[in-house]
Structure formats: structure tokens, C-alpha cells
Write a protein that binds this ligand. Structure first.
Ligand SMILES: [Fe+2]
Length: 158
């Protein structure tokens, strides 16, 4: 039989990244992320989120669907509460305001529709919005906390 086979590639990604606080640029309260992998071709982003104690993300709209696995802790939004092992599937077009009293860590995969550069849109109390797109996650991929702080400093000055 002459069947062309694709090589199977396994990539082991160790969790040696530092948490990057994102409050200053993402409008969150007491939250941090680690960007594990950004793949524009396949239109997906893998990252971890850490909810600190008494944390909150702004209400956000999903251009991309999300699969969010809770690794530890507890968090919630109006649609439900999540604990370690629970999975939140958030479809494109959904929106919600996640919070956590005690803190939590999540692993999240964002899957964007074909041709969509935006992933999430944050909505703020003053009516303004800000989009988190592939560029946002790509600029933080594999970065240390200090490198990210320098990037954010330049962004906020601009
Ligand atoms: Fe979400």
C-alpha cells in the first residue's frame, strides 16, 4: 500500500514561563497570563490565565470560541461556576464577565473563525472597548515578565 503519511510531531511544552500581569493593558483586576503558543495559520492561541484573589476580567465578547480547562481554584460568571477539572466551552458570539474570589488557574485554547484576526473584545464601564487579537498574544509568546513589562510600557506611552 502506498499511503503518504504525515510525521507525528509531539512537542512537550514545559511550564517554565513566568506569569505576566495584564491588568495595565487588558483592564483586568489581579490577573496574569502565560502565552504558550500562538499559531496564526491554524488560527489558535494556547495560554494560561491566573485569577488572583478577588479578581475580575472585563465583560468580553468572543470572536473566537474558547475551550477553558480549570486547572485549580474556583471562578465563575453568570452562566455558572467552575472548579478544578471543569471545562468551559465558550462559543463564538458569547460574552461574559469572569470573576474569582479565591483565585484559579486555567488553560485556554482560543479558536478563531477563518480570516478573523480578533479573538476577544473587552467592554469597559465607560462604554469603550478594546480588542485582544493575535498580535496581542503573539507579542507575549514566550516572554518573561520583565520583557512583557517593557513591551507594555512602550505601548502605554505610545
Ligand atoms: Fe470568555
Amino acid at each position: 500500500m502506498n499511503v503518504a503519511t504525515k510525521p507525528i510531531v509531539t512537542e512537550i511544552i514545559r511550564d517554565d514561563l513566568e506569569w505576566i500581569p495584564i491588568d495595565a493593558v487588558a483592564g483586568t483586576r489581579n490577573m496574569a497570563i502565560k502565552v504558550i503558543k500562538v499559531d496564526r495559520k491554524k488560527a489558535r492561541v494556547m495560554f494560561k490565565v491566573r485569577f488572583g484573589p478577588n479578581s475580575e476580567a472585563p465583560r468580553h465578547y468572543h470572536f473566537a470560541e474558547a475551550c477553558a480547562i480549570t486547572l485549580s481554584g474556583r471562578w465563575a460568571y453568570d452562566e455558572g461556576e467552575f472548579a478544578a477539572g471543569d471545562v468551559a466551552y465558550e462559543g463564538a458570539g458569547s460574552d461574559h464577565t469572569p470573576t474569582s474570589e479565591d483565585g484559579a488557574e486555567l488553560f485556554i485554547v482560543l479558536l478563531a473563525p477563518e480570516g478573523e484576526h480578533r479573538l476577544l473584545r473587552n467592554h469597559f464601564d465607560d462604554g469603550s472597548t478594546s480588542d485582544l487579537d493575535f498580535d496581542f498574544f503573539a507579542m507575549l509568546e514566550g516572554k518573561s515578565a520583565a520583557e512583557a513589562e517593557a513591551i507594555f510600557g512602550a505601548l502605554l506611552e505610545a
